[in-house]
Design a protein around this ligand. Structure first.
Ligand code: BTN
Length: 260
């Protein structure tokens, strides 16, 4: 099946903001993030949107695999945006990107710190941000994977949600055209102003706020939103602590067992 991608429309929307911007769609690649990181290390540092109709070795946060279906017939939308960036402070970029995805898609979506997109207690989309280069200007590769149609994923702790539950019949090209211009504007805003002005918007979408949470480093407590740098605030027995490590994953605590 040939997929009609809105490459031209996206290029027209974004190139006034990023003059050397290009759009590339590949039928298959190991991972759009891996490919843009390879190119960046080889010196290709222009802004680009790379879309893959199929990824054979998709990657997630914390060294995990990211399994996805092909983009045709619903499936999964997988793309990466590569852009040179020099924000005064990088903290909170992943939260800003998650916010852009949620804002672009549907008001029912929520963000699970730092940047997972959830629907009704299940993960709908994941974001992987990597950077290459040295100095003030680094090349950021922002990878986004969005589940469009319901799929089997017995290997996942939480079964995935699908965007078609909210938007019946929605297809990968529509979603790409909806998300990318919003994401580009968000990246520009973040580069200019950082995360602090986005904090209130994040809190309005924050899935964990007020919930009992368990962190992968053993910390347990109640999530209390994020600070102006995007660090997760957790109220613990030892007081309020900040979690800002990208290496830590956080999940809602399981409900206490009932004794009958
Ligand atoms: C996560 O949830 O842990 C992040 C998943 C990120 C998946 C996307 S799909 C496009 C891009 N290419 C990859 O290999 N990963 C990201």
């Amino acid at each position: 099946m040939t997929i009609q991608w809105p490459a031209e429309a996206i290029w027209e929307a974004v190139s006034p903001l990023w003059p050397s911007f290009s759009v590339e769609v590949l039928p298959e690649i190991d991972s759009t993030n891996t490919e843009l990181m390879r190119r960046a290390r080889a010196g290709q540092l222009d802004p680009i949107l790379l879309v893959a109709e199929r990824q054979t070795a998709g990657r997630g946060r914390l060294g995990r695999d990211w399994k996805s279906d092909t983009a045709g017939e619903g499936g999964t939308l997988t793309f990466s945006l590569g852009v040179p960036l020099a924000p005064a402070d990088w903290s909170g970029l992943s939260l800003a990107v998650g916010l852009a995805v949620v804002n672009a898609l549907h008001p029912a979506l929520r963000l699970k710190w730092p940047n997972d997109v959830w629907l009704d207690g299940r993960k709908l989309a994941g974001i992987l941000i990597e950077t290459a280069g040295v100095g003030d200007t680094r090349y950021a590769v922002i990878g986004v994977g969005i589940n469009l149609s319901p799929r089997e994923a017995t290997d996942l702790r939480t079964p995935p949600a699908a965007l078609q539950e909210l938007l019946p019949g929605v297809q990968a090209p529509d979603v790409l055209g909806q998300v990318v211009p919003v994401l580009v504007r968000m990246v520009q805003r973040f580069a200019a102003q950082g995360f602090a002005p986005l904090r209130e918007d994040f809190l309005a979408r924050d899935l964990l706020n007020g919930q009992a949470v368990v962190c992968s480093d053993g910390v347990t407590g109640t999530a209390r939103g994020v600070d102006a740098s995007g660090a997760l605030l957790v109220h613990t027995d030892q007081g309020l602590i900040k979690i800002n490590s990208a290496e830590v994953s956080v999940r809602p605590a399981p409900p206490p067992a009932t004794v009958s």
